[in-house]
Every structure is written in C-alpha cells, then in structure tokens.
Design a protein around this ligand. Structure first.
Ligand code: NAI
Ligand code: MG
Length: 343
C-alpha cells in the first residue's frame, strides 16, 4: 500500500559521521522498499556540521527536531578528552529524551540462543550532567580530576515509571534494577529506592528484583536468560547495553530509541566506527532496527515486523551477512538482499 504525500509523517534525518552516511543510505533504501510513511527533513550534526557550518549542533537541526518531534540519526563522532561536548548528549538534554530503550534480540543463532532483553537507561542525569573538571596543583593544571553525578528523585521515578509502563504495554514479566548502591550510596541508592517505590504500584503485574552492576555484568555472561528487562542509571546503561549487544552478535545488531515527552530520536547503539568508515563494509542492521523502533513509535508495528522478518531471512535463509558477522557481503549487497525480500 502506497502512502500519499499528504499522509506522510514529517521526520528529521541526520546521516551522521564515519559510517553514518553509508548505513543511513542503506536504511533509507530499505524504508523506501517498505513504503515507510516518513517525509524526511535532512539536517546535519557532528563533524559533518562542523565542516560545513562550524557548529556541531546547528540551530536549523534543533529547529527541525522541535518541529517534527521525530528523528532518525546516524552516529556522531565525539572528540575524546578535549574538543566539543558530545552532540548526542546535547540532543538528549535539549529535548529531555530521558528514556533510552535498547532491546537485544537474537536474530542469528550464535554464542547465545533466544536472547530477548530490553534495557531501559536513564538518559539525561547521573555522571552525564558534565560536572567533570580538573583542579590544578603546583605546575600541573590537571593534577586532580573531579566528576560529580546527579540523580534526582523525580528523574529516577520518571524513568522507572517509563520502564514499568513499557513492561505492561509490551507484556514483559520482570524488571531488574541495576545499581551500585553499596558504594555510590546516594547517587545510585536514590535510583534503587525510587525504582522500588514505583515498582510497588505494579505488584502482581511486573516482577521486580535488583542487582549490583558488576555482578549483573557477570550474570549476563553466565545466564542472560534470567533477565527480562534491565533498568539502569545512565553510565551503567551505556556499558551494559554494549554488553547485551555482544550477546546477540555485536554492535552491528543493536538499535536504540531516545524518548521524551515531546520528541524521540532513533539511532544505533554503536558509534561512527572510524576504523571502517568509507569502506562500504559496515553492518547497517542496527540502524535498520532503529528505524523499526521508529515505525513502532508511530504505530506501524506491521512495517516494523516485516522489516525484522526480512533482515532475519537475509541472515538465516539467504546466509548473506557483513564481515562483523563473519559473512562476505558488503553494506550494499546486504541491503539489496533485504530489499529483495521486501519486494
Ligand atoms: P564504535 O561503536 O564506533 O566502534 C566500536 C567497534 O565496533 C569498532 O571496531 C567498529 O568498527 C565496530 N562497529 C561499530 N559499528 C559497526 C557496524 N555497524 N558494523 C560493523 N562494525 C561496527 O565505538 P568507538 O570506536 O568507541 O567510537 C567512535 C566514535 O563514535 C567516537 O567519537 C564516539 O564518541 C562516537 N559514538 C557515538 C555514538 C552515537 O552517535 N550515539 C555512540 C557511541 C560512540
Ligand atoms: Mg555507548
């Protein structure tokens, strides 16, 4: 069924840095074949924007997202150590995208079978508030490094409520609250407390338990099937979401949604992969699955399901895979194979 221009949903498109433009082109081609209902507004951010306008987050990009409330974003390079502040973090703050949803599902049987986990990460607080600085001593201007994290009770309750509502809506059974309340007693203690509090309102509907983050990391390797949903503070969620991506084949298989009251930005969990950028060999599945989450967000679960089925068929029946999954296909060949299944 073709959607007429009139019914199309305006959405912002940010190709991104490194492998971003390559995997975005692949994803757009697949969305096109699906007949996805988006009318794209193409914008820039990150290094690409620095090169063209001197600003890593131009006003026009912010304005577009303000207007559409919906964006698909390629990875953006952040300089390590010095340089400009992460544009990803700035976007999450600017639109108060307080919830980061990162599902990990087995698409190709491998080291772990039947993984079906959803990680919900608090996305705007904790150690990402950027109270991060040096204090000079004597002639060393960077003798002492200080970082202060902030979690508010309201913010913790907000993300916990999001996670429990998600669980109810999506038929999930259990939420494991991840913390380090034995050491970061205040910063992550308040998170544990608030999440348990909110969890009581869902008693009988969603089971709740909790784990200290280091033990959780080990348990995820030994027996990931004991978990259903993980509810994490910002930093722990960042770390564990890469880990659960590893359970299902790596960063090439991991989508993420950044959700707020007024906007949502969909992206891959991985970064701009400078080591393989420009070679045309990146795995586009993460961004394609992110586009799938975006389709679900606008109520087109039917298209999201078709997309996931086409990707699964390409991997398992056609045996066409990119190099990170030990296949021989390049980005283009993999994408063409997915499109062939959608036709
Ligand atoms: P990365 O995720 O870009 O790469 C880590 C490793 O995974 C690399 O070996 C890379 O080649 C591989 N990889 C990642 N995505 C892949 C794909 N689709 N197909 C095949 N292999 C893939 O992490 P790294 O190198 O730490 O970060 C690079 C840059 O990306 C940094 O500037 C970082 O700040 C930024 N970044 C941006 C994110 C975002 O835009 N949301 C998220 C994470 C990092
Ligand atoms: Mg990360």
């Amino acid at each position: 069924m073709q959607t007429s221009t009139r019914d199309k949903i305006p959405a912002t498109l940010i190709p991104g840095d490194g492998i971003g433009p390559e995997i975005m082109e692949a994803t757009l081609a697949v969305l096109d074949a699906l007949g996805a209902p988006f009318a794209w507004e193409r914008c820039e951010a990150g290094m690409a924007a620095v090169d063209s306008s001197g600003d890593p987050l131009p006003d026009a990009t912010l304005e577009s997202i303000r207007k559409t409330g919906l964006a698909l974003k390629g990875p953006l390079t952040t300089p390590v150590g010095g340089g400009f502040r992460s544009v990803n973090v700035r976007l999450r703050e600017a639109f108060q995208l307080y919830a980061n949803v990162r599902p990990a599902r087995t698409l190709i049987p491998g080291r772990y079978e039947d993984i079906d986990l959803v990680l919900v990460r608090e996305n705007v607080a904790g150690f990402y508030v950027a109270h991060d600085y040096y204090i000079g001593v004597g002639d060393d201007p960077r003798a002492v490094a200080v970082s202060t994290g902030t979690n508010t009770r309201d913010g913790c309750r907000r993300i916990a409520r999001f996670a429990f509502e998600y669980a109810v809506r999506n038929g999930r059974k259990k939420i494991t609250i991840v913390h380090k309340a034995n050491i970061l007693k205040a910063l992550t203690g308040i998170f544990l407390e608030a999440a348990r509090d909110v969890g009581k309102e869902y008693a009988g509907r969603v089971e709740v338990d909790d784990r200290i983050v280091d033990a959780c990391a080990m348990q995820l390797v030994l027996n990931p099937w004991q978990f259903d949903m993980l509810l994490c503070t910002n930093l722990f969620g960042d770390i564990l979401s890469d880990q659960i991506a590893g359970l299902v084949g790596g960063l090439g298989m991991a989508p993420g949604a950044n959700i707020g009251e007024n906007a949502a930005i969909f992206e891959a969990v991985h970064g701009s992969a400078p080591d393989i950028a420009g070679k045309g060999i990146a795995n586009p599945i993460s961004l394609m699955l992110a586009a799938g989450l975006m389709l679900e967000h606008v109520g087109r679960n039917d298209l999201a399901e078709r997309l996931r089925a086409a990707i699964g068929g390409t991997l398992n029946e056609d045996q066409i895979k990119t190099g990170d999954l030990k296949g021989k296909a390049n980005t283009r060949e993999f994408t063409d194979a997915v499109i062939a299944r959608l036709r």
